[in-house]
Write a protein that binds this ligand. Structure first.
Ligand SMILES: Nc1ncnc2c1ncn2[C@@H]1O[C@H](COP(=O)(O)OP(=O)(O)OP(=O)(O)O)[C@@H](O)[C@H]1O
Length: 254
């Protein structure tokens, strides 16, 4: 039994005039603590799949199990979601934003979890500040702390680094990777950045579009995984894997 099992998910969006099959027969198994990336051309259904896993809407058909039980992401806190935009509440301080999920569940932060998490994401000293006083990278770190505060089993990361400048992005990849590993979290990352996917993942699923399907699976070699994330880019295997995925992706975009 896998930690997360996705069984033959199909999803069609219906409008009055059209029916768009966004996902066709998506099946995959993910083990606890794995870091998985979804890559693919625009419109191949990556966000649709994350949204279904997050419980934002049901799939047209198929099923998802977490630890052998049907996943009801909309009814518990098994799933944490981090997006390109941080969606912090501007009128709340960073500390209040981080504890919000706990408050919504009537859990008192008696053991100072928020402050510990802010330390984990290197944000000590800005607890009482408001989001607009922080840089984009700092706000994403606060968003990570907020996501982790409710102790989700799986983190869904939908292009969380793509709005950041290159240096901040590399630093945040490093911090997110190390933080998630230290908490033993399982992560699913949607990205358009091949390098980011190679540098962070155990496995990459490359999707094709119209309809969205799994086209190839790349297992990242152990030598690269051992150096994740930053130094994986310096391993001699990195450029050839990058080239292979680049060519596959290009062939899907034409
Ligand atoms: N609410 C919706 N109504 C109708 N069609 C939709 C809707 N959302 C997405 N689609 C269609 O479903 C398909 C998959 O979209 P989705 O956003 O999941 O792809 P994606 O791989 O995340 O794309 P991108 O990489 O551009 O973010 C696309 O053809 C898209 O136009």
């Amino acid at each position: 039994m896998s930690f997360l099992t996705i069984n033959s998910i199909y999803h069609t969006y219906f409008t009055q005039e059209t029916a768009t099959t966004a996902l066709k027969d998506i099946s995959l198994n993910i083990e606890k603590g794995e870091f998985i990336s979804f890559l693919g051309p625009s419109g191949c259904g990556k966000t649709t799949l994350l949204s279904i896993i997050a419980g934002l809407f049901p799939a047209t058909s198929g099923s998802i199990q977490l630890e052998g039980k049907p996943l009801k992401a909309d009814q518990d806190t098994s799933i944490g979601y981090m997006l390109q935009q941080d969606y912090l509440f501007p009128w709340k301080t960073i500390e209040e934003n981080v504890t919000l999920g706990l408050k919504l569940q009537n859990i008192k932060d008696t053991d100072g979890k928020a402050l510990k998490l802010l330390k984990d994401v290197d944000l000590v000293g800005v607890e009482k500040q408001f989001p607009k006083q922080l840089s984009g990278g700092m706000r994403q770190r606060a968003a990570l702390a907020r996501t982790l505060a409710v102790n989700p089993k799986i983190l869904l990361l939908d292009e969380p680094f793509s709005a950041l400048d290159y240096q901040t992005k590399l630093k945040l990849e490093d911090l997110v990777f190390e933080t998630l590993k230290s908490f033993g979290k399982t992560a699913l990352l949607v990205t358009h950045d091949i390098g980011e996917a190679i540098a962070m993942s155990d496995r990459i699923y490359l999707f094709s579009a119209n309809p969205g399907q799994i086209y190839r699976i790349f297992d990242i070699p152990a030598e690269l995984r051992a150096l994740r994330p930053f130094n994986a880019r310096n391993h001699p295997l990195y450029p050839s894997l990058f080239q292979t995925i680049w060519k596959e992706l290009e062939s899907l975009e034409h």
